[in-house]
Design a protein around this ligand. Structure first.
Ligand SMILES: Nc1ncnc2c1ncn2[C@@H]1O[C@H](COP(=O)(O)OP(=O)(O)OP(=O)(O)O)[C@@H](O)[C@H]1O
Ligand SMILES: [Mg+2]
Length: 503
């Protein structure tokens, strides 16, 4: 009889004020892709951190190929064939792909050309496209993820854990990842795949295990026997997930005006090339496009995080082209960046401090923060955005991925902004969370806020936005009325194949 590749049994993991895993179990057969599902905060990442040696479980058993194991570090787990790709990548930006892949793996190989060739060979075996001699800082998120996966494969991981890998991928990259995963399991390895995108689970995975409040509620379901909505029901219990009702927008005056904006990226290339548009009060403008076509430089430049080379940005009649981020905020702009921990949140500071960061001026008493009001403000966000937190004074870093996202959105939307610029606002949220955030964005619009929303999810843009602008190679190449446009029309504009952009 062959043993399961992984067996987790009765795993408990407690943090101050929270039980993350309450006797959870998971059995993964060799040669399969196994999905781990559950709402935000259900305990998925914690359970995987226990398996990958990041945490020692308080109780429970870990068996690998039938052998009881106790891991005291990630290196230990990797030695037993368990590799994990975390939600935040851990790469050295100035090193090349090959250097990052072999970093820390003994024995050191001196000759760059030799390791580049060897890394290239491993990549080719699994059908990865990478350039081993490129420095990592030049790579897209999807390419960086491949480097992380290669790191694990280089160390001959037999079990690869991927925590929401497709959250940072374009739809096309996600399909490619699915193919790589199938190739890995064909080779006898196993993959544990965490995702909130249930249609991906249905197309890539063999089996699924569902966690709820730290417990396993459905173990090893054969994915071939279920569809995405049945999986959703297993995750949230028997509550119907409502769709978001959307009335027709009544746009007012311009809230955000971007005129002939030009921005250069770190490599000195034109990332935004003469872009002009307006977002009016009470409308949602979506930016569609394949990732890496200047969306990030555009939103960062509007928020004041990227220097502007030419053109102007105006928020509610105030020219903020050269203003620092705080002045833009004071002028009425809120920003939900793509990289939540990079510029949006401070992981080491307590949850309350992160929640009130924007409101420091209104919540202070003398030179100090008024803690009682700060706590109240934080609680309002927690309640309205259904953020699951343990203690208020715990560092933000302890929140689950989806809960971080809810807190950031809550903070940005609570300041009653005139303009919200949001990048991928529903990324990493569970099914109910996506609906909740979408509802709040529409509500914000109906209260008169102008919303600029960047998303790679065309269906999301088509259902939420009033107008859709398509970005390609740093330019706006099409404008569509979201109520009338079709996926095909927008898709063609995104690929730069449309003969003529309609409006
Ligand atoms: N290091 C930590 N310190 C304190 N609490 C933690 C820590 N890690 C996780 N938690 C808590 O444990 C619970 C489970 O979190 P976990 O990250 O495992 O959820 P998840 O299922 O991965 O959710 P998501 O889908 O949002 O990523 C959450 O309530 C979280 O706040
Ligand atoms: Mg998680």
């Amino acid at each position: 009889m062959t043993h399961p590749a992984v067996e987790l049994d009765g795993i408990w993991k407690r943090f101050p004020g929270v039980i993350a895993n309450a006797g959870a179990g998971l059995t993964v057969r060799p040669g399969t892709v196994h999905a781990v599902l559950g709402e935000n905060g259900a305990g998925k990442t914690t359970l995987m951190n226990c398996l990958a040696g990041v945490y020692r479980p308080d109780e429970g058993h870990i068996r690998i190929d039938g052998q009881e194991m106790i891991f005291s570090s990630p290196a230990d787990a990797l030695g037993a064939g368990i590799g994990m790709v975390h939600q935040e990548f851990r790469l050295v930006p100035t090193f090349t792909v090959a250097e990052n892949v072999v970093l820390g793996a003994a024995p050191p190989i001196i000759d760059a050309a030799v390791i580049e060739r060897q890394v290239g060979d491993v990549a080719a075996r699994f059908g990865f496209e990478v350039e081993p001699d490129r420095p990592v800082w030049q790579l897209s998120m999807g390419e960086r993820q491949r480097v992380e996966i290669l790191k694990a494969l280089w160390r001959d991981a037999r079990v690869l854990i991927l925590d929401e890998p497709t959250a940072v991928l374009t739809p096309q990259e996600s399909v490619e990842l699915g193919e790589v995963l199938r190739r890995m399991v064909a080779d006898g390895r196993s993959v544990i795949f965490i995702s909130h995108k249930l249609d991906e689970v249905v197309s890539f995975c063999d089996e699924a295990t569902v966690l709820r409040s730290g417990e396993t509620v459905s173990a090893s379901i054969a994915v071939a026997d279920v569809n995405a909505s049945e999986l959703a029901r297993l995750m949230v219990g028997d509550v119907a997930v409502e769709t978001v009702p959307i009335a027709v927008a009544i746009p007012g005056d311009p809230a955000l005006t971007v005129d002939n904006l030009t921005v250069r990226d770190a490599r000195g290339l034109l990332a935004v090339d003469g872009v002009s548009f307006e977002v009016r009060s009470g409308e949602i403008v979506g930016i569609a496009g394949v990732a890496g076509n200047g969306q990030r430089a555009l939103t960062d430049a509007i928020a004041g995080l990227e220097p502007i080379e030419g053109g102007t940005v105006t928020v509610m009649r105030t020219d903020v082209t050269t203003a620092p981020p705080q002045r833009r905020f004071a002028a009425g702009l809120a920003y939900v960046p793509e990289d939540r921990l990079g510029v949006g949140l401070a992981p080491k500071l307590p949850i309350t401090e992160n929640a009130v960061m924007r409101e420091f001026r209104t919540l202070r008493r003398g030179p100090l923060l008024n803690w009682a009001s700060a706590r109240e403000f934080c609680d309002r966000i927690v309640e309205r955005f259904e953020v699951k937190i343990g203690r208020h004074d715990a560092p933000l870093a302890g929140l689950s991925g989806g809960n971080l996202q809810r807190l950031l959105l809550g903070r940005e939307l609570s300041g009653k902004p005139d303009v919200v610029v949001a990048s991928q606002p529903t990324r990493g949220l569970d099914v109910a969370g996506v609906r909740a955030i979408q509802r709040l964005i529409v509500q914000q619009r109906d209260e008169g806020t102008g919303v600029l929303m960047v998303s790679e999810d065309l269906d999301e843009l088509l259902s939420l936005a009033d107008r859709i602008l398509v970005m390609n190679a740093g330019r706006i190449v099409g404008e569509f009325n979201a109520r009338e446009a079709t996926r095909t029309q927008i898709g063609e504009a995104m690929m730069g194949t449309a003969t003529e952009a309609s409006s």
